[in-house]
Design a binder for this molecule. Structure first.
Ligand code: GLN
Length: 484
């Protein structure tokens, strides 16, 4: 039998409910693995060992409860989910030692479903980045190659899943932060529709784009994690009332009845040869399975990077205004007067990339520039949304790459933000539209690094999206155990 930490979430659930092992035994396997690989990959900012063991012991005392969808399952949450009794840093120095007085709805629901929260995972500061290198705390390494980034911003979540520390993790995706690290680390990541999962108690980045979602090693595991947290929340006015679907009982659709749209704007760009090879073979396998492929145009996609980086920075600049050194986190008194306190706290509390985004966003919103930047970007966002509606009117789903390159060496783009922004072209459009997207491994490239592919659907079609994912999972080769 496999080590317990290597079981999928649903396999672990079966074992727990059948009493083949206890929640505490599963947790021991989790921490044994974490002790072994955390020194190599550093996926976590805070490890909640004691609390996790006492939770597991309480669960075991009461015995398995099948009504709780995640009973006894160890999970991690990205360090933007507020947790009572545990620090929440958002990867920023400005929130060092911040102990929230309340907790995110996602965390409350995970606990209510019997999950055991084992750690808060590393991320780019305030989720701004694509490599986790902008974390103020540590460097997270890719389990497939320790000299490479895990992607980001939910890089800690993805690295922990692929290194088999846990079977389930929660991240957030504002412009790709679930799907891209999932792709670079070889796991499955779901960005649900905007509004499907409550954002209450999640440190805000771009409020019209942010969405929380699961990462796991299989599509069905993502379904189980989504089922545990999705649904309306009185504490988040943007959470949707649209009825939930059954994300647990998933069956693959008939391949012959499916057509996937391939946007030329995303498929005809430049790719690393090792990525291209995997994507080409994935397309071939899809066709051999009888699924229809249809090349289409989504002509506004080339503008999505500019559009996103104006809107996301603008929203970030407003959301981050609250970190003034008075109400939250780190305070630097400066020269003693109030203005100097604001300036010093923000200058020293925020990292370089975060400051860049605040400056960009403030500029785009300032009077005289608002129409030229923010308003224009909001208009282009609508056109991109129309491209999605049109594409999804002609096909069941859109199929796209996730990243044109595989996990890159540390430092490749940290001094070249525009190139790094440009790399997000495959994932940002979906957030501008608001639909749902699933990234899953298509195979390993010649460089030994995983390559992901993404399927996207209309809003609130997570069930059929996950079902499509189960079909692709059958078609694509499954990944071996990572080398660590
Ligand atoms: N890489 C994108 C950014 O830096 C997306 C990040 C995210 O989805 N949180 O904004």
């Amino acid at each position: 039998m496999k080590n317990l930490n290597e079981l999928s979430l649903l396999q672990a659930r079966e074992g727990l409910l059948a009493k083949s092992f206890t929640a505490s035994e599963l947790l021991e396997a989790t921490f044994k693995r974490m002790d072994q690989v955390e020194p190599l990959i550093s996926s976590c900012i805070t490890i909640l060992r004691e609390k996790a063991f006492s939770t597991a012991a309480e669960l075991d005392k009461l015995g398995p409860d099948p009504a709780k969808g995640l009973w006894g399952i160890p999970v991690t949450v990205k360090d933007v989910f507020l947790t009572k009794g545990a620090p929440t840093t958002a990867g920023s120095k400005i929130l060092q030692n911040y102990f929230p007085g309340f907790e995110a709805t996602v965390v409350t629901r995970l606990k209510a479903q019997g999950a055991v929260i084992v750690a808060k995972t590393n991320l780019d500061e305030f989720a701004m980045g694509s490599s986790t290198e902008f974390s103020a705390y540590k460097v997270t390494r890719n389990p497939w190659n320790l000299e490479r980034v895990p992607g980001g911003s939910s890089g800690g979540a993805a690295a922990g899943i692929s290194a088999m520390e846990v079977a389930g993790a929660f991240g957030t995706d504002t412009g790709g932060s679930i799907r891209q690290p999932a792709a670079l680390c070889g796991c499955v990541g779901l960005k649900p529709t905007y509004g499907r999962v409550s954002r209450y108690g999640i440190v805000a980045y771009g409020s019209s784009l942010d969405q929380a979602g699961p990462l796991a090693r299989s599509v069905k595991d993502c379904g189980a994690l989504l089922a545990a947290v999705a649904g309306p929340d009185g504490k988040d006015s943007t959470s949707s009332q649209i009825p939930l679907e059954d994300y647990l009982n998933l069956s693959p659709p008939d391949p012959k009845k499916i057509t996937l749209a391939l946007p030329r704007e995303l498929w005809e760009g430049k790719f690393d040869p090792s990525v291209k090879e995997v994507l080409d073979s994935a397309l071939q396998k899809i066709e051999e399975a009888g699924i229809g492929l249809k090349k289409i145009n989504m002509k506004h996609l080339p503008y999505s990077v500019a559009t996103y980086y104006i809107l996301a920075a603008a929203e970030a600049s407003t959301n981050l205004a609250r970190y003034d050194g008075v109400r939250y986190g780190v305070r630097d008194p400066g020269d003693g007067d109030l203005l100097s306190l604001y300036k010093s706290s923000r200058t020293h509390g925020f990292g370089k990339e975060t400051r860049r985004r605040i400056l960009l966003g403030t500029f785009a919103l300032s009077s005289g520039y608002y129409d030229a930047y923010y308003k224009k970007a909001a208009q282009v966002r609508r056109l991109i949304g129309e491209d999605f509606n049109e594409a999804l009117g002609q096909a069941d789903f859109i199929l796209a790459p996730v990243s044109s390159i595989s996990a890159w060496p540390f430092g490749s783009f940290t001094e070249d933000p525009l190139t790094q922004y440009q790399l997000d072209i495959m994932t940002l459009p979906l957030n501008l539209y608001g639909g749902a997207g699933l990234s899953l491994p298509a195979g390993l490239g010649g460089d030994g690094l995983p390559v992901g592919i993404q399927v996207t659907s209309r809003p609130f079609k997570e069930k059929s999206l996950l079902e499509m994912g189960t079909l692709l999972e059958e078609i694509f080769p499954s990944l071996p155990h990572p080398p660590i």
